[in-house]
Ligand binder design. Sequence first.
Ligand code: DGJ
Length: 741
Amino acid sequence: MPISVHDRTFHLRTSTCSYIFAALPSGYLTHLYFGAPLRDAHVAHLLDDTNRAFSPYLPSGIMTDTLPQEAPSYGTGDFREPLVEIAGVDGTTASEFAFIAHRITDGKPTLDGLPSFYVEDESEAQTLEIELQDPISGAVVVLLYTAFEELGAITRSVRVENRAQTPLHLRRVLSASVDFPTADLDWIHLSGAWSRERDVVRSALRSGTQSVESRRGASSHQQNPFFALCSPQTTETAGEAWGFNLVYSGNFYAGIEVDQYGTPRAQIGINPFDFGWELQPGATFQAPEAVMLYSGAGLGALSRGFHRLIRQRLCRGAWRDRVRPVLVNSWEASYFNIDEETIVHLGEAARDAGIELLVMDDGWFGYRDNDTTSLGDWTPHAKKFPNGLSSLANRLNTLGLTFGLWLEPEMVSPDSDLYRSHPDWCLHVPGRRRTEARQQLVLDLSRSDVCDYLIETLAGVLSGANIGYIKWDMNRHMTEIGSALLPANQQRETAHRTMLGLYRVLDELTKRFPDVLFESCSGGGGRFDLGLLPFMPQAWTSDNTDAIARLRIQEGTSLAYPAISMGSHVSDSPNHQLHRTTPIGTRGAVALAGAFGYELDLNKLSDSEKEAIKRQVAFAKEVREITQFGDFYRLKSVFPTERNSSNESAWMFVSRDQREAVVTWVQVLALPNAAQSLLHLAGLNPSLDYELILIDLDEQSKAPSQITPLVLGGDVLMNAGIRVANHRGDFRAKVWHLKAK
Ligand code: DGJ
């Protein structure tokens, strides 16, 4: 059993970690340990009871300002960042939460209104509920912990219950807070911007608070909720690492405060900035779920732990375990210049290439010929699609293709029938300008009438034609966050209520249309988070489709998210964002590492390019079980370090039975008279022999150097490695398919 209790000491034990805390006689919950699995919970000797000047103490002598805590609150002696901050009816925020009771149950409960990790069988996990109460305000804080025994994860969340007779005002309800014993750690986060999402940023912890957050109403391109702590010596393959993420798509806070004694407090949850929640007597507030993983074997193992967990117990529905169709998307092929004939013409080329799904992107509805109009009017553009979507879908189906459609449901154009009929359906503050971004406004999904309308309208679109895929886009952040229906004292609930509305809409639609594959998108990868993956098991990784830029974007994303969740397409050359020219084989190699597809006009390609694409599609299909469900290894990082010039990138996927693997290697720039590169493969069975098949994804076979002998032992491949010749020409790639003999 993963959870045990002795003398009010709680031990959550999984295959990869132990997490231990205790309820002290004072009622305070003290954190004791998070790390490699321990046989038992005898770690109380770690408690530091030194008497410190300038730290208040409790009658019991405990100093809450130095006590490692599970559920820190503010106002009675701990001056560090709290987990919760609640104002009582008198307006004061001092609170002290004391342990009341605990309950252990098999399995894992769902969270009210929020997506979360789940179990399929009660034996997979156990859940511990800890009830704490502040006797003065009547606030009850319930900490929920689930230990996934085999998958190694611990999830945490917080529920606040108002057991008083008067309302409570919640100012801050984070989801997890963990005190670490030493600040001799690095922290890693994923930061960026539109078209360069999720760069890996690693730095030593320093005194004070270091944090990333979003105030944009979306998890954002700029910062991702994922972060990790690790030892300074931790590498891809060795050392300790702790990873945190949040099952949420809105404003988040992820931070670490290193206090005066070098004790880091790591926290994650809804961003307290501009957040507030009125909790009436008898009501409860459920915070989103945080997930924590520990690895004693480097960052690679930490990532693989997250990948497995997300693929198996966060993503859900029919597409969770299905390989993803190879698609072509019309956006970079023709942007807004689409009509029935252009799409069918693209479909014919797609059929010839072996592609399975055609996604018609933006420009098909209302009178949308550019991005100034029509969001909200989800009826086919009369001039471009006079026969409607059904006719188009049928023609594509006849070609053997599934029909996919782009939507941007959370938005409305001021120039739309929807806005003209319901100007109060967008987020706004009466009397203030409605700030536009990309000429659009954000629908107020905190309103149930708006959500109901969306559900019915989109259900109408989905049932009006044979649609097998939806690209769910979202192209601006929230401003003037106000809702026409909420009273003044609840306006600060709007942003979170909007997320709850979005989850309700998605939940309903994915239940009504279980066979439709949904892919999320937000100007590319602006909402790549755990909150959307339960509904939409893949996300468009970035609007930047340049293969070389994608090396960073996809590697950064892979730290936290599985390859199968990354929409990854071969696009034009020169690339539309960077104008860089890259070989088609390199574009294919990079796109292989995800939900594979194309984003270009297949009809404009030369015969040899078409030939290359056919081979790429065939290979992507042949190995997608491995690239999408296998174990992922980063062999060479494209992020520069003191020792790494970042001129190469190498990724590897290994099938679960270790009998097959795919290796992709990309050289960024050609170097004069360079040394050969040494590549140590990973994840293979050392006792097996593997045939190395060099795969040609390029326009014409350039007789690249082979690795000889062509059959090598798994032990040789991993320990001695293989040599990869430096290539002439920039942006070159090699791909191998390994098969056990
Ligand atoms: C932003 C997306 O990221 C693009 O792929 C494309 O769908 C455009 N929106 C369409 O407006």
